[in-house]
Design a protein. Sequence first.
Lengths: 321, 243
Amino acid sequence: MSILVYIEKDQGRIKNSSLEAVSYAAALGEITGDKVQVVSLGEAVEGEAELLGKAGAAGVIQVTDDRLAAGVIQAHAEVVAQVFDKVKAKTLVLAKSSLGDAVAARLAVRLEAGMATNVVGLPDLTDGFVVRRSIFTGKAFVDTGIHTENKILAIKKNIQPVKTDGSAAPVENVTIDLPGETFSAKITGTEKATGEVLLPEADIVVSGGRGLNGPENWGLIEDLADALGAAKGCSKPVSDSGWRPHHEHVGQTGVKVAPSLYLAVAISGAIQHLAGVNASRYMVVINKDPEAPFFKVADYGIVGDAFEVVPKLTEAINALK
Amino acid sequence: MKILVCITHVPDTTSKIKFTDNNTQFDKTGVQFIIGPYDDYALARAVELKEQSGGSITVLNVGESDTEPTLRKALAIGADEAIRINAFPKDAAFVASEIARFAKEEAFDLILMGRESIDYNGGMVHGMVGELLGIPSVSPVMKLDIEGNTATISREIEGGKEFISVDLPFVAGCQEPIAEWKIPNMRGIMSARSKPLKAIDSETPGSKTETKKYELPPAKGAVKLVDTVEELVDLLKNDAKIL
Ligand SMILES: Cc1cc2nc3c(=O)[nH]c(=O)nc-3n(C[C@H](O)[C@H](O)[C@H](O)COP(=O)(O)OP(=O)(O)OC[C@H]3O[C@@H](n4cnc5c(N)ncnc54)[C@H](O)[C@@H]3O)c2cc1C
Ligand SMILES: Nc1ncnc2c1ncn2[C@@H]1O[C@H](COP(=O)(O)O)[C@@H](O)[C@H]1O
């Protein structure tokens, strides 16, 4: 039997969250004795077989069809369902994302699979198959038992380190007949920042809040983010006011992040904002108000004016290089 | 246009989450329940679409009788009728199966949901319903316009957005800024009292998953406050070992 992993690519690279999913599957395979197969859609990226092999894949099923380069939800679900049967998989593992969620939901029906999302650890197999998931936007966990033979696990970011000790995985090229109706929702275009660290993928996130007063002051956040190689985020009022694009808005109703380091500048720390960042490993807060609620959950903090502190911090970080 | 909007009945976003019965039940005491924030966006867009081109809005919740005030609120916001499928929502697949069964008989032109529920955060039900009904599903949707039989959608992707053209019927998981939340006015609240709210029986036999136990995350230690950026960099380097 095998464990199948669905991976995603971005700007010619395999997403780090997908590599985490491969390593998660490899760790699961060590317990169950199953081999990890990866289904790779669209064109292969450079060094793909090697990268996936290092992360723990025993084989790659490459489905090269130009139409699959874009994330057409139904078509991706169709391909993965067929490959799942072909490799005799019982478990599908993937990273939670806007595309992954949409594809996994359709597959759960197709494969009659029990589904767990926001998975935060390896399953406990002592009494059935029980996985821990994050719920209530990070405010709690639940242990969920899955009864079905086929299972789908969508894992949360940053819960599994990426392995680098595997050997290159053999690639099998497969052609899949895709019925026309799987393309009935047509992607007519995309609009995307290029060359930027994707917020949900980032290892460090620098976020700015309403306390920065306006978009003209965002250079502060950009410089610090550049110094740290970080992605940029913001609070909801900031994107609501159009100071920053919506896809940078972090929180309960925005992007949920789980970086190693979350640095919040001039953000008060409202519960809805915290809901999107509470999975971060370390949180640093810079705020001029010592009573700001964010300090209650932060690891490190500076009480001070962002306009003075942030440029100094950027300078100190640049000086490290 | 006949629109179905599926709503959740969830703890207010500021709620403190607690459990009882040896961590096997969610503790509802003192919790204020609301329409899921994303579902509220879906409903608001449905009301706008109806204002533009007529039709009807059915709101649906799979839940026990305590969710009825939340359905009434949706009627006050502008839905025409409410359906409660009487069952504890065991998991996403269970809910999807109930919604699909209902939707199959009614032939809706459009099914709107929230991008995700804020209790279980799965983001799964819309895709499952799409697959069960054999129609497209698109999520998370930030913009949705309908012209004749075709919808133009902008879907959020990591770092940007994607534009999609799709024919009705389909399922969409909605999020802001698709519409502004609508607050019920007095007339809406009055008329909601006489709008139909029907409870129907559930038919899905079991579920594929089971909740074993809940747990709260460990409490955070106290923040380390420092005065200078040098001290902060030192902590990041030597304490957190991140830099
Ligand atoms: C249903 C619902 C969902 C929501 N979802 C989200 C969400 O997903 N994400 C989100 O962020 N919010 C969300 N909110 C909004 C949330 O409640 C807060 O209103 C919001 O997070 C506040 O943003 P802020 O901290 O940037 O602004 P403010 O609360 O105005 O805080 C600004 C902070 O900046 C500090 N400050 C000001 N000047 C300086 C300076 N010069 N130097 C340093 N510090 C300074 C102030 O002390 C203050 O703490 C939601 C609200 C609701 C009701
Ligand atoms: N019990 C329920 N009743 C009606 N609709 C629901 C229910 N649970 C989820 N939904 C809908 O499905 C969406 C996605 O939910 P989820 O997959 O749980 O994140 C929600 O935003 C709702 O629109």
